[in-house]
Design a protein. Structure first.
Ligand code: BGC
Length: 767
């Protein structure tokens, strides 16, 4: 390969999405065209046809046996263009439940199955790598992309991601775990500099990635847009070489996020092997850097070897003839099941649910315009979304037609007003913003209560790439109209002895404490993918007993979160030099911006439970239609000797079959280093237990599970002293505890010294 060809493989071949002209102009300004030579342009035009709608393609050189790699989004399913000019055939993909739903199942076997199905669509539609899973920590409830991520907890995140990667890759296609790392907000994501302690990095923000790399070896990793401790992640040798490769043993290649970072030379040196989506200017720059002696060509060779190692495994290289006909029907069944398993029952007074009713009055605009998933690159082009109305009809529950018509007319009128989002990404990617809620009058509520067996009310929220949510009414908080609707409808139905169920069709956390005790039941349905309406009805009718539990805390108010004073950061003096930016993404403004992770390791329940802050619903919480007894909690030894096993018999003590998620938390000594009150170190889910049936779950705890990250020595250490294993049904509902001791201070693992903060950081401590 000559230098030019090397540069052309390392730098992607451009932005391929079918863009409206106004946006396309930003990517392909006409005046820049002449620096692309014709042979290259012909190749690019050719590979464009491989998979319309895929996010990126690497160059191919058939004469050198180098094939293109087709990279397509993720993470809720494969994102491609559903139709092609001049063709009758459609290319719809399955919209699986958003990652937050998948995490709430706490069922890694199920996530593996979802991954298997998703990966089959990747293979059969002709992609090589799925740009998924997203696995940033849900640091703050308002991150606009939380729906694409799993949890506030790194263990849940890592285990879910590993299961997903293993499932997708079982098809012989790759994944790209993203966005590595600390991409915990959308506000100024291209320029934000996050200052985070090395301990919080290792224990919270990197831990999930570490688990996924070690347990699943994803083919690729996607570095993030942001900076951490002063350096763009895609230019950080500490992150991409010392930590990812040397400490964890990652064997694949790293690609940038689309337009991430600013200096291709620094990226190459850091170990960011592929630049996406890539521009001709970057190809030129790379060659010039080698010729001018700023970059050793050997660095490029090393990065190419990593790219080729993955390429050799890829379907395109092997000449796989994709069918374009994945079994969408079978996958619809999997998504329906996965969504029911991840829905969380928050309230259920006097066994309101499950119900057996013939008709219902359905309130809330979102009931009529159900949301399958969030917006942006994580949005899938599915053939259909089962709304709540269709779900009810499939479940033989009649809905009040008069009310339905009133809502449908109202929604049409509101949509015609055309209140459009001004976020270019939302516009570009067709995000769905729920219309403002309709006022429900007392007379309407009373009329419905007289003739219908029950009321269902849906509250909807949506968010997505390019923007964060806000702690205001209509977003984190309910509006007065929404609260009024819940109150008015509940009063009217209660007055005639009938019940009310609220369904939350949301992608992230909202405020619940001020209203959730008003109705009789509250089901957190999340955004359940294209079968969402069917999944909700499966739960409401008891066809499936809910077994989902929260993988993120619901605080009482936004001001109770540990991040409310620091999220999403603030503008700083100075300018980001956009002249240097050759990524073709200069239209996405880089505002000088910084954020300080002052809560440090106290993210999510680690904060609430350590500082005794009351919450609306704790991490790990979720109700069932049955109840479980925890018997015989025991450990196999009193002193740790490299391992300890804790086990519990879970008994279904109720009257219907069900599954239980069991969580194991660690309370560790804090003589030398402070510790959160409790940290999740393992979890498991029972099979479907019949009434009276029991199952023993065992958890093997290893030395690393006891360890915290000691910055002074760059090592994972476990203090000698008394520990406690807490076995619970949620982080606040501990069923039993077992003590054990660690006789000696143990250095579990020494790792690279890396990623030191360069700005002063005042971290939260217990003292
Ligand atoms: C997103 C990534 C995505 C990529 C390609 C970026 O803007 O942050 O998650 O994979 O675009 O579409």
């Amino acid at each position: 390969m000559n230098l030019e060809q090397k540069a052309q493989v390392l730098i992607g071949t451009g932005m391929f999405m079918d863009l409206p002209d106004s946006v396309a102009k930003l990517f392909f300004p006409e005046e820049k065209k002449e620096i692309i030579d014709t042979a290259y342009q012909q190749m690019v035009d050719h590979i464009r046809t491989y998979l319309p709608g895929a996010a990126g393609f690497s160059a191919e050189f058939p004469e050198l046996n180098i094939s293109s790699q087709v990279l397509a989004d993720g993470p809720a399913g494969l994102r491609i263009q559903p139709t092609r000019k001049g063709e009758d055939q459609t290319y719809y993909c399955t919209a699986f439940p958003i990652a937050t739903v998948l995490a709430s199942t706490w069922d890694t076997d199920l996530i593996y199955k979802v991954g298997q199905a998703m990966g089959n669509e990747v293979l059969e539609y002709g992609a090589d790598v799925l740009l998924a899973p997203g696995m940033n920590i849900q640091r703050d409830p308002l991150c606009g992309r939380n729906f694409e991520y799993y949890s506030e907890d790194p263990l849940v995140t890592g285990k879910m991601a590993a299961a997903m990667v293993n499932g997708v890759q079982s098809n012989g296609v790759g994944t790209s775990i993203k966005h590595f790392a600390v991409n915990n907000q959308e506000t100024n994501r291209l320029s934000v500099d996050a200052t985070v302690s090395q301990r919080a990095l290792r224990e919270i923000y990197l831990k999930g990635f570490e688990i996924a790399v070690k347990d699943a070896q994803p083919w690729t990793v996607m570095s993030s847009y942001n900076k951490v401790n002063g350096t763009y992640t895609s230019e950080s040798h500490d992150l991409l070489t010392k930590i990812l490769r040397n400490d964890w043993g990652f064997e694949g290649y790293v690609m940038t996020d689309w337009g991430g970072g600013s200096d291709v030379v620094a990226q190459m040196k850091a170990g960011n092997d592929m630049i996406m989506p890539g521009t001709p200017e970057q190809i030129e720059r790379l060659q010039a850097a080698v010729k001018e002696g700023q970059l050793d060509e050997k660095v490029l060779d090393q990065n190419l070897i990593r790219i080729f190692t993955v390429m050799f495994k890829s379907p395109k290289f092997k000449g796989y003839q994709n069918s374009n006909k994945p079994d969408l029907k079978a996958h619809a069944q999997i998504t329906r099941q996965a969504a029911t398993e991840g829905m969380v029952l928050l309230e259920n007074k006097e066994n309101t649910l499950p119900f057996s009713i013939a008709n219902a009055a359905v309130f809330g605009t979102t009931s009529y315009d159900f949301i399958a998933g969030g917006t942006g690159s994580g949005d899938v082009n599915e053939a259909y979304t089962v709304s709540l109305m269709e779900g009810l009809s499939n479940g033989n529950i009649a809905v009040n037609e008069e009310l339905a018509t009133t809502y449908e007319d109202y929604i049409k009128k509101e949509q015609a007003k055309g209140e459009k989002s001004d976020n270019w990404l939302t516009v570009l990617m067709g995000g769905k913003v729920p219309v403002a809620e309709m006022e429900v009058s007392t007379s309407l509520a009373k009329k419905m209560a007289a003739t219908n067996e029950m009321a269902l009310i849906t509250i909807g929220r949506n968010s997505g790439e390019g923007g964060d949510r806000e702690p205001v009414e209509g977003d984190f908080y309910l509006t007065a109209t929404e609260k009024g609707m819940i109150k008015t409808v509940t009063d009217a139905f209660h007055a005639v002895g009938k019940k009310v169920v609220v369904i939350l069709n949301v992608g992230g956390v909202i405020e619940t404490a001020s209203w959730s005790k008003i109705p009789d039941a509250v089901l957190l349905a999340w955004q359940g993918g294209q079968e969402g309406g069917n999944s909700v009805v499966d739960i409401l009718t008891g066809k499936v007993n809910p077994s989902g539990k929260l993988a993120i805390t619901f605080p009482v108010s936004y001001d109770d979160t540990p991040t409310h004073t620091t999220f999403p950061g603030h503008e700083i003096e100075g300018e980001v030099d956009e002249a240097e930016d050759l990524s073709g993404f200069s239209f996405m403004k880089r505002v000088p911006w910084e954020v300080f992770h002052e809560e440090d390791i106290y993210v999510g329940y680690r904060y609430y439970n350590t500082f005794d802050v009351p919450v609306a619903y704790p991490f790990g919480y979720g109700l069932s239609y049955t109840s479980f007894k925890y018997d015989n909690i025991k450990t196999d030894k009193d002193a740790f000797d490299g391992k300890i096993t804790v086990s519990v018999d879970v008994v279904n003590a109720g009257e219907v079959a069900g599954k239980e998620v069991v969580q194991v938390y660690l309370h560790a000594p804090s003589e030398k280093m402070e510790k959160p009150e409790a940290t999740l170190i393992d979890f498991g889910k029972t099979g479907l237990l019949q009434p009276g049936e029991s199952q023993t779950l065992s958890f093997e705890i290893e030395a690393k599970d006891l360890a915290s990250f000691d910055t002074a020595t760059s090592s994972w250490v476990a203090e000698d002293g008394d520990y406690q294993l807490l076995v619970g049904s949620s982080s606040l509902d501990i069923k039993g505890a077992k003590d054990f001791s660690l006789p000696e201070f143990t250095v579990v693992e020494k790792v690279s010294e890396a990623m030191k903060p360069i700005k002063e950081l005042n971290i939260l401590t217990k003292k």
